[in-house]
Design a protein around this ligand. Structure first.
Ligand code: KG4
Ligand code: ZN
Length: 349
């Protein structure tokens, strides 16, 4: 355990319930959650609308919005959980990976609150948290399991041996799959973040209408930057021939693009299953909200006798309940952080 003073109010070894406040501020959602033992009592998320008009996240605006939101979000999370500040046993926060300025708001707030209440701090890795979101509700995966974590910033296949023991088996070498969704959506003139809209249009489109080449990386790694360029070239070429091409074909374009991404994700996941022999399979992160990915994985699971775990929609995208879940397991191990801690924009799990 790091340098936490013995005078802190540590309550691990008494019979009281353990109550932790968790704060998430790694990207463009300010969120706070209260967990009591392993039960989530509240999970408040304030999404930042401001980025939509810029077509992507503006880091400076994100950190400013976190600053404006954090006090109110924490307040509502405590109120909804019916918890007073003096009942808290620890403050948890996302240390990384994420946008440095955004992380800094959560880290500073958590440090100040822990210092004021004289309770310990718990640092949480955002990518670990996406995976432990599976332990909020039933059914829970059994160890060891594989998790395909797909978000706006990451694409990873992770071998999860235990709550806090994880190994990345493969990951993207450039763009994340969520980024590919969002950039394609932007090229189609859809508002940011466009992943969910592509999903919506894809539902009634033909996935085989158009072909988009995708680079197959070695081993269990991914690459999604090439498909972005070929998508842009395709859209430019077709709209030069027909100015109404996008609006006339939006469903087929989205279905074909989404199908290419899902096929690649699931091809690599299947490869990881064959290599490890593990048949407990989870997906996590914002893109795990994608209905095409969810439905195809369920069908594959039935076909190959894999046990599939898909998080509830509210726990796919960024939220503090998943941060609280990691904090719960760290608290059980007395794994606390020092007041000298600083955020980390990059941080392997
Ligand atoms: O996990 P997340 O909330 O934030 C990061 O940690 O990055 O993921 C956000 C990403 C965005 O790229 C968003 O477009 C994507 O998740 N996303 C979706 C869907 N819902 C959210 N992508 C495809 N289909 C969806 N239904
Ligand atoms: Zn995330």
């Amino acid at each position: 355990m790091p340098d936490v003073s013995n005078t802190l109010k540590l309550t691990t070894h008494n019979s009281q319930l353990t109550t932790i406040l968790a704060i998430e501020s790694s990207c463009d959602d300010t969120s706070a959650s209260v967990i009591q033992d392993s039960k989530i009592l509240s999970n408040i998320v304030a999404s930042q609308e401001i980025h939509a008009k810029y077509g992507g996240i503006v880091p400076e605006l994100a950190s400013r919005a976190h600053q404006q939101n954090v006090v109110a979000v924490v307040d509502v999370a405590l109120r909804e959980a019916n918890i007073q500040k003096n009942q808290l046993n620890a403050i948890a926060f996302t240390r990384g990976p994420g946008l440095l300025g955004s992380l800094l708001v959560g880290v500073s707030f958590a440090k100040a609150m822990a210092l004021g209440l004289n309770i310990p701090l718990i640092e949480v890795n955002h990518m670990q948290a996406h995976i432990l979101a599976h332990f909020i509700d039933d059914p829970k995966p059994k160890f060891p399991f594989l998790c395909l974590t797909v978000s706006g910033g990451h694409t990873q296949i992770v071998l999860v041996e235990d709550f806090l023991v994880m190994h990345v088996l493969g990951e993207t070498q450039d763009d994340a799959v969520g980024e590919a969704f969002d950039k394609a959506a932007k090229m189609l003139g859809l508002p940011y973040p466009g992943g969910a809209l592509i999903d919506k249009y894809a539902k009634t489109g033909n996935p085989n209408a158009f072909l988009f080449p995708l680079v197959d990386m070695p081993e269990l790694n991914f690459s999604f930057s090439g498909i972005k360029t070929s998508f842009l070239n395709f859209i430019n070429k077709e709209t030069m021939k027909n100015a109404n091409f996008i609006e006339q074909n939006i469903n087929d374009i989205c279905a074909s693009f989404q199908f290419t991404l899902i096929k690649n994700l699931l091809y690599k996941l299947k490869k990881a299953i064959q290599q490890t022999g593990i048949k407990e399979i989870a997906i996590a992160g914002g893109v795990s909200a994608n209905s095409g990915l969810r439905e195809t994985l369920i069908l594959l699971g039935e076909k190959h006798s894999w046990n599939i775990y898909i998080p509830q929609f509210q726990y796919c995208t960024d939220n503090a309940a998943m941060i609280a879940m990691v904090a719960h397991y760290k608290f059980l191990q007395n794994d606390f952080s020092s007041q000298n801690i600083s955020p980390m924009a990059r941080w392997e799990i």
